[in-house]
Design a protein around this ligand. Structure first.
Ligand SMILES: *[C@@H]1O[C@H](CO)[C@@H](O)[C@H](O)[C@H]1NC(C)=O
Ligand SMILES: *[C@@H]1O[C@H](CO)[C@@H](O)[C@H](O)[C@H]1NC(C)=O
Ligand SMILES: *[C@@H]1O[C@H](CO)[C@@H](O)[C@H](O)[C@H]1NC(C)=O
Ligand SMILES: *[C@@H]1O[C@H](CO)[C@@H](O)[C@H](O)[C@H]1NC(C)=O
Ligand SMILES: *[C@@H]1O[C@H](CO)[C@@H](O)[C@H](O)[C@H]1NC(C)=O
Length: 651
């Protein structure tokens, strides 16, 4: 630690700073333990807050969402800071554009919302690796979320960058941050490392001073390991849980302070292949009303869920690996597209019984747009673009290396080897110890053979001549964000076996798919290397104009299987029509060029395509179809918007 320097500001600057922070010194947010409540500037205060993640909403829409939260009667917004979103490489920081955390704090101020900040370092949030940077795993022996010196060193250097940025925004310094959460549901993590939590608390105090309220959040079972002497203890639970029992339990850890539910679940997340989650309006409103009657402070998780754009979704391990969908709608009061829902009005009604609601109506739903069907054309097989996807050339290794070992954090990597003898009978190809993380698309001499999937599909049968090229495209479907006992490495974790032979001598191509889509397209139609096989990883695209001022829309991919999709180079996220429940991807209006200009849609489809190569843009989302069937959305001629119907077409 460097010795503390006295603060030397040019004398001219001081009056300006004082003007900017007129109330600094008189502002306070504290726990009044004698009376079991918070005091804001000395006045009894309770927060009714909602979660909104700036990293799940395009920056141009932050103000809109925050305004709607304020107009719902909330007086605070709670949000996480995902470390991996801001420190993509050790010591490289990104706080610009959609990552401009300070601009978001400013928008919250404009919306008249206080802030409850949750900087982690671990955040869960159903976010890739729970917000921890994948580069931490480059050190094989690291123990995440413990007092392992390697982990602490990385945490310390990150917080020495982040927390000083936050400092001027603390409430008593003139900003809007009233409290800061240390770690996240740490009691649910098996390590239960008391020294780690103590280290974090000390670090926060050293960098933020002793005035700011620091707190922890845990589920009821996690309070034992997650709470810490000296930090304010809060709990999280949903409408179906027994409030009386849980708040009684909380009293063991926080005998006198105000009762706080830091995550009251308004809905729930979705996993690929499972049913869409919802929480009914009456149960959500009743639970909120009961807590407010008790005088508790509540944060609703989520108030607006947003979207896991790009590769940012997390995953869970519940007997098997299950990744989280691209939509993070969460059945929240404000929908994924930013619209007020009946749940919002019902909750607002409850809040209005306890505190004043800002005057004025909520903005109406944003205009929606329908478009298509649109026919895409084949740009070419992924393999045909290898020189552009991996311009630096492959990495050679006897045994396959993980994504982390070659510094490929997200997306895709191609593993290639050549057969050293002829296999004339179908022969088993597999990876021991469930070593495909997470999905493998297998090609022999460019011809698609099928898929292997973690915990789901373990073997294929292959044939090939001596010298045949075996390509295995590995997809990272998002690192575990919760419930993991071990670090979630990606790629081929074990060398594959063909028949009795362990395959060696691999070429590994870390793929820069987003760069290709963004900068190097469009290419003129590349010839399909194997026109007789209309399947396997390939790029498809189309251009299209929108008419008038357009609107938000929902991309529907009937008959497509699984892949990644971009609009004008922006990575909208993963689609997995065949598995569901999510069938459409939210396309925010600001991603589209105005009337006249051409927009471009690009798909990387990993498996099979529908015969017509068509997609559609709908005026409403479909998030609830866990069916291995294809739906075709058909419009009765002419009468747009009134007589749509679903025609079910089996596969
Ligand atoms: C934002 O910051 C990153 C990392 O510092 C940099 O690579 C990128 O070019 C910046 N983008 C803009 C729009 O300034
Ligand atoms: C909730 O918990 C309290 C205290 O443990 C118990 O008395 C009550 O019966 C429970 N309510 C329900 C509906 O289970
Ligand atoms: C999912 O939904 C289907 C159709 O509503 C239902 O039959 C099935 O039991 C549900 N599965 C689970 C695990 O809830
Ligand atoms: C994680 O570890 C705990 C305790 O060691 C064990 O009970 C549990 O089964 C493990 N879970 C998984 C998914 O391995
Ligand atoms: C999906 O949700 C829509 C709109 O709420 C509803 O009309 C439809 O019946 C649901 N479909 C399934 C398969 O649950």
């Amino acid at each position: 630690m460097a010795p503390k320097k006295p603060l030397c500001l040019p004398s001219l600057l001081l009056p300006i700073l004082t003007l900017l922070l007129p109330q600094a010194g008189t502002r306070s947010f504290v726990v009044d333990r004698d009376n079991g409540r918070f005091l804001l500037d000395g006045v009894p205060f309770r927060y009714v807050s909602g979660s909104l993640h700036y990293f799940r909403v395009p920056r141009v829409l932050w103000a809109d969402r925050l305004f709607k939260m304020r107009m719902s009667g909330l007086n605070a917004v709670q949000f996480y800071v995902p470390w991996n979103y801001h420190e993509p490489e050790p010591g490289v920081y990104n706080f610009n554009g959609s990552r401009d955390l300070i601009a978001f704090l400013n928008e919250a101020t404009i919306a008249n919302l206080l802030v409850i900040l949750r900087p982690g370092p671990y955040i869960c949030a159903e976010w890739e690796m729970g917000g921890l940077p994948a580069w931490l795993l480059r050190k094989r022996t690291i123990h995440l979320r413990t007092s392992d010196p390697d982990f602490l060193a990385a945490v310390d250097s990150w917080f020495k960058v982040l927390l000083p940025k936050i400092y001027p925004w603390l409430y008593h310094n003139g900003g809007n941050i009233i409290s800061i959460q240390v770690e996240n549901e740490y009691g649910s993590y098996r390590a239960c490392d008391f020294n780690y939590m103590q280290h974090l608390a000390g670090l926060f105090r050293a960098l933020l001073g002793d005035k700011i309220l620091l707190f922890t959040t845990d589920g009821p079972e996690g309070l034992r390991c997650g709470s810490l002497q000296g930090l304010f203890t809060t709990v999280d639970f949903g409408p179906a849980d027994n409030m009386t029992r849980i708040f009684t339990l909380l009293r063991k850890y926080e005998p006198n302070g105000p009762l706080v539910n830091s995550e009251y679940y308004t809905g729930w997340l979705d996993y690929w292949g499972q049913n869409h989650s919802t929480r009914s309006i009456p149960t959500v409103t009743k639970g909120l009303e009961n807590m407010l009657k008790l005088g508790a402070s509540v944060n609703m998780y989520m108030f607006h869920g947003g979207t896991n754009f790009g590769y940012w979704n997390g995953a869970d391990e519940k007997g098997r690996f299950i990744p989280i969908t691209t939509s993070y709608d969460y059945d929240a009061p404000i929908s994924e597209a930013g619209d007020p829902t009946p749940k919002l009005f019902a909750l607002r009604n409850v809040i209005s019984k306890f505190q004043e609601i800002p005057l004025g109506p909520l903005p109406p739903p944003s205009p929606k747009m329908m478009l298509g069907p649109l026919t895409l054309h084949l740009d070419g097989d992924l393999l045909a673009f290898l020189d552009f996807l991996c311009p630096q050339g492959p990495i050679h290794s006897i045994l396959p290396l993980t994504f982390e070992a070659v510094k490929q954090d997200h997306g895709f990597m191609l593993y290639r080897t050549y057969l050293t003898y002829t296999i004339s009978e179908p022969t088993q190809f597999w990876v021991p110890n469930n070593g495909v993380h997470d999905r493998a698309y297998v090609m022999v001499d460019g011809v698609f053979q099928g898929v292997l999937e973690r915990n789901m599909k373990y073997k294929l049968f292959l044939m090939g001549k001596l010298g045949a090229k075996l390509d295995v495209l590995l997809e990272n479907m998002g690192r575990l964000s919760f419930g993991s006992n071990s670090s979630d490495y990606k790629g081929l974790l074990e060398p594959p076996i063909l028949g009795q032979t362990i395959l060696t001598h691999w070429l590994m191509f870390p793929l820069k798919v987003d760069k290709l889509v963004k900068w190097w397209f469009p290419f003129q139609l590349l010839k399909r290397s194997h026109p007789e096989t209309p399947s396997g990883p390939a790029f498809y695209s189309a251009t299209f104009p929108i008419s008038g001022s357009g609107g938000d829309t929902f991309l529907f991919l009937p008959g497509w299987t699984k892949g990644q999709v971009w609009i004008n180079g922006f990575n909208l996220g993963r689609y997995w029509t065949k598995r569901g429940p999510q069938q459409t991807l939210y396309v925010p209006r600001p991603l589209l060029f105005p009337s006249g200009a051409l927009n471009k849609i690009t798909l990387l489809e990993l498996e099979n395509v529908p015969p017509q190569l068509q997609v559609q843009f709908l005026d409403r989302p479909i998030l609830n179809c866990t069916l291995h069937k294809t739906y075709i959305y058909s419009l009765s001629a002419g009468v747009q918007g009134t007589s749509e119907q679903w025609a079910l077409k089996g596969r």
